[in-house]
Ligand binder design. Structure first.
Ligand code: FES
Length: 379
């Protein structure tokens, strides 16, 4: 087996991906203000309790579509976590008024149509989704015709190359592809992120003219979603101001202090672990009893740092070999030139905590020059 084949066939970490579109019963708006307020807070608490297991992004569809009011985009490791969060949502005080008119379940996997020269492209190797902080998200299910699968692979590859080249003409639009074969009704769920809805419109128009488009069986319904905090999404349902405050789109729940993200037992000596925190994926490393937390997204092209080799306090990105200092986030070699964000960590009572007040700064790498480690050993 060639090195390329081995790399292609190597086991990869796969994620489960869920798009749950919720609709609110208009009867909820007739509740007394206190009842509405408490229901919103209860739902926020229910969702935020899953912050260490699921990456949850919230979007408002109020005014965009008539059949859905908000979206919770969930990314995690286990189907059970998705189910437990759905259960918690319906068990909240808001639950009796919520329905799910659209729901899409999928998983990540490596792209089928990757050419050798694309092998280093992040979209070709990545089996983890890393949503950006774009303002808009466009989601739809996607199904190919059965005739498509009967075409020779070379012919499909040729058509997909045209499709891929068209997409690259719109760098402001980021595509997140998840696969549903056998899991759900559609074959793919595609989610495009951008700050420019007009760029997405132009991209879709161009894609319709590609040869591959003739082999599309279904690509509707399409959902136009606006990124907001969950609090804001709930305020958009009516009775604005009922919630405590409207935070930044992907701000974590807690106002300040520390948030528990993992059990220290899960982070034994020399182990690494990915956790979901503040709408970001964070890689935890236990190096000689000290725990470090950095963004799991390499600043070069998004490689998963949690899967990198650690020597001393340096982690090497598994994709192209950039090395980062775990304490400062600074690049110490390789193609990366920008730091990765770091988080303050503490280990207490058998649990790992991250500082909630620094999420936005860590995501931007602002704290990258400061040491971020704990002196306490996980127990
Ligand atoms: S993604 Fe290229 S070095 Fe990390």
């Amino acid at each position: 087996m060639s090195g390329a084949d081995h790399e292609r066939n190597a086991p990869t970490r796969r994620q489960v991906v869920k798009f749950s579109f919720y609709r609110i019963d208009p009867a909820w708006r007739l509740l007394p203000p206190k009842g509405r307020r408490e229901a919103k807070r209860d739902l926020c608490r229910a969702v935020e309790a899953f912050g260490d297991r699921l990456l949850v992004r919230s979007y408002s569809l109020v005014g965009m579509r008539g059949d859905a009011d908000f979206l919770l985009w969930q990314i995690g490791e286990r189907l059970e976590d998705i189910q437990e969060m759905a259960t918690a949502v319906f068990a909240s005080d808001m639950g009796p008024y919520l329905s799910v008119p659209h729901s899409y379940l999928a998983m990540t996997r490596r792209s089928t149509y990757v050419t050798p020269k694309d092998r280093d492209a992040p979209t070709s190797r990545d089996t983890t989704l890393n949503p950006s902080d774009a303002k808009y998200l466009f989601v739809y299910p996607f199904v190919k015709t059965r005739a498509w699968y009967k075409l020779p692979k070379d012919e499909r590859q040729r058509m997909m190359n045209e499709h891929i080249v068209t997409g690259r003409r719109y760098p402001s639009v980021k595509l997140n592809t998840a696969y549903s074969y056998g899991l759900d009704d559609q074959e793919f769920v595609v989610a495009f992120e951008t700050d420019e809805p007009s760029d997405f419109l132009d991209l879709v128009m161009e894609l319709r003219e590609t040869e591959a488009s003739a082999h599309t069986l279904r690509d509707t319904p399409i959902f136009t979603c606006i990124a907001v905090s969950l609090r804001q999404a709930l305020d958009n349902l009516g009775a604005p101001g009922d919630t405590v405050r409207a935070g930044a789109p992907h701000e974590p729940a807690a106002g300040g202090g520390w948030a528990r993200v993992a059990s220290a037992d899960d982070l034994t000596e020399s182990a690494s672990k990915v956790v979901y925190f503040g709408g970001d994926q964070v890689a935890l490393f236990n190096v000689g009893g000290n725990v470090y937390a950095v963004s799991n997204r390499c600043s070069h092209a998004g490689g998963p740092l949690a899967e990198g080799k650690v020597e001393g306090t340096l982690v090497t990105c598994p994709w192209h070999g950039s090395r980062f200092d775990l304490a400062s986030g600074k690049p110490e070699g390789g193609p990366a030139t920008k730091p990765v964000g770091t988080y303050r960590v503490k280990v207490e009572g058998g649990a790992v905590f991250l500082a909630t007040s620094e999420v936005a700064a860590a995501k931007s790498g602002r704290f990258s020059t400061e040491a971020r480690r704990t002196s306490e050993r996980p127990t």
